[in-house]
Design a protein around this ligand. Structure first.
Ligand code: UD1
Ligand code: MG
Length: 458
């Protein structure tokens, strides 16, 4: 009987998935190379193409990021071994959904986002110690990320209820709000600006918006250009962005490598975009006057933040990829979302961030009925493992426990399940690779659109 059980468990170890070219279990370098090449390429291009004194700054940031990568790789197994057994998680997509989870099934240490998070913050501290002028925005960014690591880890350890989870991201963004010295003015697309302004005056729509915003300390610039000062609404928007990013990454999860992978792809896209912008802002002569060139400063800020962020996330992704040796925990989803929000706010590209996060936005929109309890929402909405074939199936509400009558047993509303519904016969690493390819394609399209269209739309 015991050996029968062992045989079945061996089967559950996903021999089908393990033989996928996307599985790293058999020492296949393919997944790692596919992930590492874009970052290495972006860093190399940046150091070669950026002229003048900026090259030194970028080279230093590359060296710090490489060290942060090495430290994360080294520390993951060391800290993983110290995680108490009570904080191990069960790798749910390696076993039949209905099989009860015993303590012995919890074999993967949780919350290892703590390691990459701490190494990332240390890399930021070292970066800042080399800066000639101390920037309050950089300090605020660091404080927000540290706060996000701390509160995410508290959530993992204390298993906070959802009501507390809603207040955490606004709390984490407080340092950013208090230190934010940038403007609260946004430039809507040209079509909208033309609607707001008529000649040298405001149109009726512009006057209405101006009156509404003046209550919040903002207004519409009547001097012909239609720029909109959002006043206090801008700060509310900053908080909402932090809330969205942290939660959107956290609910697009449950497949080995997906949390770290989506963040990594988005981070590399931001790095590429900022690198191109930086190159344009500096020009061929390599003269870089920070005081005069505010935009170049923002892009340099993004580059020095994204290099160590991508490096430490890649180190975490390597251990979290199928078959996962560690889980990233809410510590990671929290600080990853916060970092993306921070870089978009201080780098002045919040709309672009939304374009880079289209899969997360889609997943959120698909999830709305379950998130807002219009439909039953089980604790876990991740797919189910089909032990007969070794493939994943889209999950239904009742897959892990009978909570609703048969008629209400709908598919769990996530993009992950929708992808499985459309493409049957996917193993876990193949599903992760597919979803990350979607993320990479979205990011590539968004970056391409930015450089092709922005001059025409704005
Ligand atoms: C969110 C999702 C939940 C999903 C979970 C998976 C919503 C509202 N919540 O919940 O549906 O099931 O993330 O992360 O959409 N796990 C795996 N494989 C992985 C990653 C995680 O099996 O690759 C499992 C492990 O048992 C791990 C647990 O998910 O212990 C972590 O879940 P947690 O982060 O606590 O879930 P939530 O963020 O609350
Ligand atoms: Mg989570």
């Amino acid at each position: 009987m015991a050996s029968d059980n062992d045989e079945r468990k061996k089967k559950w170890r996903c021999d089908v998935a393990a033989s996928s070219i996307f599985a790293a279990g058999q020492g296949s370098p393919v997944p790692f190379l596919m992930a590492a090449l874009p970052l290495a390429g972006a860093a190399a291009t940046l150091t070669i193409c950026i002229p003048g004194e900026l090259r030194r700054v970028v080279l230093r940031s590359c060296a710090i990021s490489a060290a942060a990568y090495g430290a994360t790789r080294h520390l993951l197994p060391v800290i993983g071994a110290k995680v108490p057994a009570a904080k191990y998680g069960c790798d749910l997509l390696k076993r039949p959904a209905r099989e009860p989870v015993a303590a012995a099934d919890k074999t993967v240490p949780e919350s290892l986002g703590l390691v990459s998070g701490v190494c990332f913050v240390l890399a930021l501290v070292v970066t800042q110690s080399f800066q000639k002028e101390q920037s309050p925005e950089y300090s605020a960014a660091m404080l927000s990320v540290v706060f996000a690591v701390l509160l995410g880890f508290a959530d993992d350890v204390l298993d906070l209820e959802w009501k507390y989870k809603y207040v955490l991201p606004p709390l984490m963004s407080l340092p950013l709000l208090s230190a934010y010295g940038g403007g609260t003015t946004v430039a809507p697309p040209r079509v909208l600006r033309e609607l707001l302004v008529r000649g040298a005056d405001l149109s009726a729509a512009g006057a209405f918006l101006d009156a509404a915003l003046s209550a919040l300390g903002g207004g519409v610039d009547a001097a012909g250009r239609g720029l909109v000062d959002l006043g206090l609404a801008y700060k509310v928007y900053m908080v909402l962005l932090a809330v969205f990013c942290t939660n959107a990454i956290n609910i697009y999860a449950g497949v080995n490598g997906l949390e770290a992978g989506q963040t990594y792809a988005t981070g590399v896209a931001i790095l590429v975009m900022s690198a191109v912008e930086l190159g344009r802002a500096v020009g061929d002569d390599g003269v870089f006057d920070e005081a005069e060139n505010a935009m170049a400063r923002h892009h340099l800020f993004s580059v020095t933040l994204m290099l160590p962020f991508c490096a430490t996330t890649l180190a975490l992704l390597k251990s979290n990829w199928f078959p996962a040796e560690v889980f990233v925990g809410d510590t990671f989803t929290n600080y990853a979302g916060m970092t993306l929000a921070v870089v978009a706010i201080l780098g002045h590209f919040p709309v672009m961030l939304m374009a880079l996060m289209v899969p997360q936005l889609l997943n959120f929109l698909i999830s709305v009925p379950q998130l807002f309890k219009l439909r039953p929402c089980p604790r876990h909405r991740l797919p189910t493992f089909d032990e007969a074939t070794g493939y994943l199936r889209f999950s239904r509400v009742n897959d892990r426990a009978t909570t609703v009558p048969d008629g209400a047993n709908i598919m769990n509303l996530t993009l992950i399940n929708a992808a499985l519904r459309a493409c049957r016969g996917l193993t876990e690493p193949a599903l992760a690779a597919l979803l990350l390819a979607l993320q990479a394609a979205t990011c590539a399209a968004a970056v391409a659109l930015r450089f092709c269209l922005v001059g025409r739309v704005y």
